[in-house]
Design a protein around this ligand. Structure first.
Ligand code: ZN
Length: 242
């Protein structure tokens, strides 16, 4: 089966789940970004083949008090049985320069993931080095760097740490992601769409069925069949999400 490890079903149009299943996408991990979308993710995850990740998006987190963040962390803790990962969490220095607060909040989520023994789905826009540094400092081991756009040196560091990189369907035209696929061992790669964002043909309304574009490009770059790619990525998914 094909697997989309990162998308936002709450923002997608109707029926994208059944369309994905028809295309052979057996698992879709939908990520929450705040309390409202975390609740929606839990509802989506009641459908077969849909799994929930709960977290607070770094920019959404900035408008919350420490008490509100702790309350959400408690909510996530209570729903441990219904989720497969902590995400979408991380830091974003493109949208906000409040580095200290972002660092503090991300630390809380890294510790939460360790406490619950769940993988982290990390957003690291313009904060790639800082996210890696903090994850290393706190000893995070189950890590998925989603849509990672940092320098190749950092890509190597992620690989050496035994963490995973999820390749978006936009790899179809993005030279940077194509280089990442070429440089990183197949055993550290996963596939995602970040639907409804990052459409492989730069259109609106991306959807999980398009994750096949990631698989096709990986197969092409690695010089293996689509079937071999499908199997390898499924194994990787099991290793990380267990
Ligand atoms: Zn996302």
């Amino acid at each position: 089966m094909f697997i989309d490890v990162h998308c936002h079903l709450d923002l997608c149009k109707n029926d994208v789940v059944s369309k994905a299943h028809k295309s052979g996408v057996g698992i879709i991990v939908t990520a929450g970004t705040n309390h409202e979308t975390n609740e929606k993710s839990l509802v989506f995850a009641k459908q077969s083949g849909v799994k929930a990740a709960l977290g607070i998006y770094p920019i959404d987190a900035l408008s919350l008090s420490e008490h509100e963040i702790d309350k959400e962390i408690d909510f996530i803790r209570k729903n441990k049985k219904h989720i497969v990962a902590i995400g979408e969490v991380g830091m974003d220095f493109k949208e906000s320069q409040d580095k200290e607060k972002q660092n503090k909040i991300f630390s809380k989520f890294i510790r939460l993931a360790q406490e619950l023994d769940l993988p982290l789905i990390v957003h690291s826009r313009k904060a790639e080095g800082e996210c890696i540094e903090l994850l290393e400092e706190l000893g995070a081991s189950k890590v998925l760097m989603h849509c990672f756009s940092g320098k190749q040196k950092l890509v190597k560091q992620i690989e050496e740490n035994g963490w995973f990189l999820s390749i978006p369907a936009s790899v179809k035209h993005s030279e940077q992601f194509q280089i990442t696929v070429k440089e990183v061992s197949l055993s550290q790669l996963l596939c995602e769409t970040d639907s409804p964002f990052l459409h492989p043909d730069k259109m609106r309304d991306n959807e999980p069925a398009n994750v096949l574009e990631s698989y096709k490009k990986i197969a092409e770059i690695k010089g293996i069949t689509l079937k071999e790619t499908e199997k390898a990525i499924e194994e990787n998914y099991k290793r990380l999400f267990g």
